[in-house]
Ligand binder design. Structure first.
Ligand code: SF4
Ligand code: SF4
Length: 71
């Protein structure tokens, strides 16, 4: 049986994101960056390990991390 790679989805609510950069700083895999609009944006989604540090640390609850696919 093939093992299924874990894949995660990180969604930023840009209306709530104030561009503080906390999530960018805390992500252990450098998945997030601030874009030209000073909003957080996932740029290396394939590196995400689903640790939830970004969504737990966002003061504005602008990040949602979900697991994609099924086991
Ligand atoms: S921690 Fe939240 S408010 Fe700050 S940049 Fe990240 S998504 Fe935006
Ligand atoms: S869940 Fe973890 S690895 Fe994925 S973007 Fe957030 S902090 Fe980075």
């Amino acid at each position: 049986m093939e093992s299924v790679a874990r894949k995660f989805s990180v969604t930023i609510n840009t209306a709530w994101c104030k561009g503080c950069g906390l999530c960018v700083a805390i992500c252990p895999k450098s998945v997030l960056e601030l874009n030209e609009h000073i909003k957080a944006e996932p740029v290396r989604m394939e590196d995400c390990i689903g640790c939830h540090q970004c969504d737990y640390s966002c003061p504005d609850l602008a990040i949602t991390v979900t697991k994609e696919g099924s086991d």
